[in-house]
Write a protein that binds this ligand. Structure first.
Ligand code: HEC
Length: 191
């Protein structure tokens, strides 16, 4: 008997035991998780500068019996993970039946100046240039398109030539300075 328990302590032996038990009980009941997709909806905020301050917030699925984990961490009831360094993560969500689903999430790294420009664009350039808006043939949904458009963004938002953007208004002096600072620093995502 002791030898049997010793065997059990080895993971591989446990798997053998489990498969033997399954074959003894006849047809296994249908797995309640087969075909279940939990439709994981989340947002990921980049880490800014050298601070490991990225975060992931899972919005769906949600509810008392849903739990979440990050990589190989423990399951927790909150869908919020903070203080993350840039990189790739796997979020696992478990529903009330114990069904699991995963999502791959990337935490980007923004330089502090780009982070401010990104915030300005998100706040003042929609709907005309966001969510597929493409006024003047400029869409800023992708970070790369903000980087590619740095010169026109500066000319239109800071210099106001031939007219100021956002259309029908102007950014504050502080926000114009933020764009200028990013441009002067090298207008990269890392600046
Ligand atoms: C209410 C709609 C609207 C908003 C908001 C808006 N734009 Fe525009 N934008 C336009 C339209 C329309 C054009 C094309 C006409 C023109 O160039 O004036 C344009 C053109 C542009 C162009 C390309 C034209 C060129 O000169 O190269 C850039 C770059 C631009 N906008 C940047 C921005 C930025 C950056 C913001 C936010 C800070 C912004 N816009 C906000 C409507 C908008």
């Amino acid at each position: 008997m002791n030898r049997f328990i010793d065997l059990l302590r080895q993971t591989t032996s446990v798997w053998i035991l489990v498969s033997v038990m399954a074959s003894c009980t006849g047809d296994a009941p249908p797995n309640p998780c087969t075909g279940v997709q939990l439709d994981i909806i989340y947002s990921a905020s980049p880490a800014i500068g050298t601070g490991n301050n990225g975060s992931i917030a899972v919005f769906n699925p949600a509810g008392d019996s849903v739990s979440y984990k990050l990589d190989n961490g423990a399951f927790q009831s909150s869908g919020l993970f903070s203080n993350l360094s840039p990189g790739k993560y796997v979020i696992t969500v478990r529903n009330n039946r114990g069904c699991l689903d995963t999502a791959q999430v990337t935490i980007l790294n923004y330089g502090p100046k780009f982070a401010q420009v990104k915030q300005i664009v998100s706040g003042y350039c929609g709907p005309c240039h966001l969510n597929a808006g493409n006024s003047g043939n400029f869409n800023f949904d992708a970070d790369a398109s903000i980087v590619a458009g740095w010169q026109r963004i500066k000319v239109r938002c800071v210099d106001g030539t031939p007219s100021f953007m956002p259309q029908g208004g102007q950014l504050t002096t502080i926000d114009k300075q933020r764009i200028t600072d990013w441009v002067n620093a090298g207008h990269r995502i890392s600046d």
